[in-house]
Ligand binder design. Structure first.
Ligand code: AFP
Length: 321
C-alpha cells in the first residue's frame, strides 16, 4: 500500500490563489465526512424515511436531507470566511456574518441529492457551489444569487462504494477519496478531463412522451447509432460517471415542466462548472448553462451536460447551443 498523503488540506494550502477558500472547502469536506457516516449508518440509526415536512419546492424532506443540511450549516457557521448559506432544504438564505466582519463567500448546496434513493442504498451526494459575497451587506441575502460563471469553486461529495470529493477552484478538476484509515480525503486524480466522446446517454426516458420533438429525434438517432443508456436517478452519481467515462446527462424541460426539475444554483451551476472545467460542455438546451442569470434562489433549469461531442449531438437535434 503506497502512503498517499496528498491530503485535501495540503493540496489546498499548496495553491497560492486559494486564500480563504481553503477553510471554506475544508468546512464542506468536514461536513461531507459527517454526512458519509450518517448515510452509512442510516438503517442502523433508523434515520431512513421522511422527516414529516416539505421543503420550499414542495418535496417531502427525508430525515437525512434535514440532517445533512444541519451538519453543513454547523460546519460553515464555524468558518469565518462564510457570509451566507443557502440550501435546497431552506426557503431563504441564512446570513452567518457580514463582509464588515471579514466574510467573503456565499455557499449554496443541495445537502443530500438523490435522497429518495437512500433507503435502497443507491449512491447519493452533496453538491456545493461557492460564490463571492459581492453585494453590499445591505443586500447580503441576495448575494448568493449569481450566474454560474461567477462561481469561485464548486463540486460534490459522492456517497457510494467509496466517498469521493470532486472539486474545482476554477483551475481544473481534482478527485479525492476519503481514506477510512486516515479519516482524510486524499488526492487520487488531478487535471481530470471528460472524454470528448462516448456513446452513453443518461436521461429518464419514462418522460419521453413529454419531450420536445428535437429531443425525441436525438433519442431516435442515439438508439440507431449504437448508444448505451445509463440512469441512476441521483444526479451526483450520473454526473460523476459522465465526468469519468464521458457521455451526456440530460434532465430536460418537458411540456408540463418547461424548466425541468433540477435547481439552477445548487445543482445545475455547480455541475456545469465542474464539467466545463474538465473540458466538457453544459447547456440548458438553449444556451450555455453558466451564463444563465438567476432571478430566484430556487429556480429550476433544463440541464444537458457532458462530453463536448455528445452535447453537440443533442444540441444539433434541439437546434440549441
Ligand atoms: P431526490 O433528491 O428527490 O431523490 O431527486 C433526485 C434528483 O433531484 C436528481 O438527483 C436526479 O437526477 C433527479 O432528481 C431524478 O429525477 P427523476 O426521478 O424525475 O428522474
Amino acid at each position: 500500500m503506497s502512503e498517499n498523503l496528498l491530503t485535501l488540506g495540503r493540496q489546498l494550502r499548496a495553491d497560492p490563489q486559494a486564500g480563504a477558500l481553503v477553510e471554506v472547502i475544508e468546512a464542506i469536506a468536514l461536513a461531507g465526512k459527517a454526512v458519509a457516516q450518517r448515510v452509512r449508518r442510516a438503517r442502523i440509526d433508523d434515520v431512513i424515511g421522511e422527516a414529516g415536512a416539505v421543503n420550499v419546492q414542495g418535496e417531502a424532506q427525508q430525515k437525512l436531507d434535514v440532517l445533512a443540511d444541519r451538519l453543513l450549516l454547523e460546519c460553515l457557521r464555524a468558518c469565518p470566511a462564510v457570509a451566507v448559506y443557502a440550501s435546497e432544504e431552506r426557503d431563504g438564505a441564512i446570513v452567518l456574518r457580514t463582509r464588515a466582519a471579514g466574510a467573503e463567500y456565499c455557499v449554496l448546496a443541495d445537502p443530500l441529492d438523490g435522497s429518495s434513493n437512500i433507503d435502497v442504498a443507491v449512491s447519493v451526494g452533496t453538491i456545493f457551489s461557492v460564490q463571492r459575497h459581492a453585494r453590499p451587506d445591505t443586500e447580503i441575502e441576495s448575494s448568493a444569487v449569481q450566474a454560474g460563471h461567477q462561481q469561485v469553486a464548486a463540486g460534490y461529495v459522492l456517497y457510494g462504494s467509496s466517498v469521493v470529493l470532486v472539486l474545482s477552484l476554477g483551475r481544473g478538476v481534482a478527485m479525492y477519496v476519503l481514506d477510512p484509515l486516515l479519516g482524510d480525503f486524499v488526492l487520487v486524480k488531478d487535471g481530470i478531463r471528460v472524454p470528448s466522446a462516448s456513446k452513453i446517454y443518461s436521461i429518464n426516458e419514462a418522460y419521453a412522451n413529454d419531450f420536445e420533438p428535437g429531443l425525441k429525434a436525438y433519442l431516435d438517432w442515439a438508439h440507431g447509432s449504437g448508444y448505451g443508456a445509463r440512469y441512476i436517478g441521483s444526479m451526483v452519481a450520473d454526473v460523476h460517471r459522465t465526468l469519468l467515462k464521458g457521455g451526456v446527462f440530460l434532465y430536460p424541460g418537458t411540456v408540463k415542466a418547461p424548466e425541468g426539475k433540477l435547481r439552477l444554483l445548487y445543482e445545475g451551476s455547480p455541475m456545469a462548472f465542474v464539467i466545463e472545467q474538465a473540458g466538457g460542455t453544459a447547456s440548458t438546451g438553449r444556451g450555455p448553462l453558466l451564463d444563465v442569470v438567476p432571478e430566484k434562489l430556487h429556480q429550476r433549469t433544463p440541464v444537458v451536460l457532458g462530453s463536448a461531442g455528445e452535447v453537440a449531438h443533442v444540441l444539433r437535434h434541439l437546434g440549441g447551443r
